[in-house]
Design a protein around this ligand. Structure first.
Ligand code: SF4
Length: 326
């Protein structure tokens, strides 16, 4: 990967992960800064331009390592948490909520991976119930693994998840590391899917559906249990195309090796959607979603209709215990 500018917080200049990341990329300039917030947070940045030429920011995360997910966000466990070793992602989905949440499209990596482990272990020890952790909430879990080495670090320390589960959610097909190791029961690689005509139109830079399905299949053959995520399912209204899509997904996959399926419609806090409507002024999907969200009831009714149609299709192939609606 070629990056022009790498910003490094002074306090992590000599961190071993900083050094490893610098060895993995080609870059022009290193700029030392006091805090990532000087670069990442200012509000006068242009997200769309930065998305074309993102800089890399290497920083230290200080607190709030683990957060609780919203209450209905689950894959079958009662208590659910998420963490983000990285903010932003190399893909460019039109509907991505990160564009609404952050002022910057630069890649921000928190290099002190080891500091995530204690809070995870403490939470697991404190709770009698099985906990589930989600990685890839504010980024894509696998897409930049070749640079971050985060998953490799995690796998080498995976004992911290004893008594818990970890989901790695991704649209990437970068599964080299997972393919090379023995499947881990409580590590769930999960892949987000949409019909190919949606991927083409809405998920710029991501692998196509055939590639994603082939990667899922190959991991299943190696023994991994996989999460299948239709979340958000982007709906353009032609039921027959979605019916075909669900058939296409389930015809080749090993149903027994599907850990869970989630189904969710497009949703976003109005504040973020408002921002998206400004930075994507000619995008008809975002513009109409913004207008619809202003009339909450009708958008909710539409979402329920879409979900109930999709649910019916999914349940033709998979038992209902595996399906979770978010
Ligand atoms: S893959 Fe996920 S994080 Fe990346 S742009 Fe798409 S929606 Fe956003």
């Amino acid at each position: 990967m070629n990056i022009d500018n790498v910003y490094i917080e002074k306090r992590v200049e000599n961190h071993s992960n900083t050094q490893k990341i610098l060895e993995r990329i080609k870059f022009q300039n290193i700029i030392i800064c006091n805090s990532y917030s000087e670069v990442f947070n200012p509000s006068n940045q242009n997200f769309r331009i930065q998305k074309k030429y993102p800089s890399l920011i290497l920083a230290k995360k200080e607190n709030s390592f683990i957060k609780e997910t919203p209450p209905d966000f689950t894959i079958g466990y009662k208590k659910n948490y998420y963490f983000s070793h990285m903010l932003n992602c190399p893909f460019d989905c039109k509907y991505c909520y990160l564009q609404g949440m952050f002022n910057s499209a630069n890649y921000l990596i928190f290099v002190n991976y080891e500091d995530f482990y204690n809070p995870i272990q403490t939470l697991i020890k404190k709770n009698k119930e099985k906990l589930c952790f989600f990685s890839g909430y504010d980024c894509d879990s696998l897409a930049l693994e070749n640079i971050t080495g985060f998953l490799e670090n995690l796998v080498n320390n995976f004992h911290i998840f004893d008594g818990g589960f970890l989901e790695l959610r991704s649209k990437s097909t970068n599964v080299k590391l997972l393919s090379a190791i023995k499947p881990i029961n409580n590590l769930i690689p999960a892949f987000s899917l949409n019909p190919q005509f949606i991927i083409k139109e809405f998920e710029s830079g991501t692998p196509n559906l055939v590639k994603r399905l082939s990667v899922i299949k190959s991991l299943q053959e190696k023994g991994w249990n996989i999460g299948v995520r239709f979340d958000p399912i982007i709906w353009l209204g032609d039921q027959s195309r979605y019916e075909f899509f669900f058939k296409e997904v389930f015809k080749d996959l090993d149903i027994r090796k599907i850990h869970s399926i989630t189904l969710g419609s497009f949703r976003m806090p109005t504040k973020y959607l408002k921002k998206l409507s400004k930075i994507r002024p000619s995008d008809s999907f975002i513009q109409s979603a913004y207008v619809q969200q202003s009339f909450r009831r009708s958008s909710k009714e539409l979402n329920n209709e879409v979900k109930s149609f999709c649910k019916k299709q999914i349940l033709k192939f998979v038992e209902k215990e595996k399906l979770f609606e978010n």
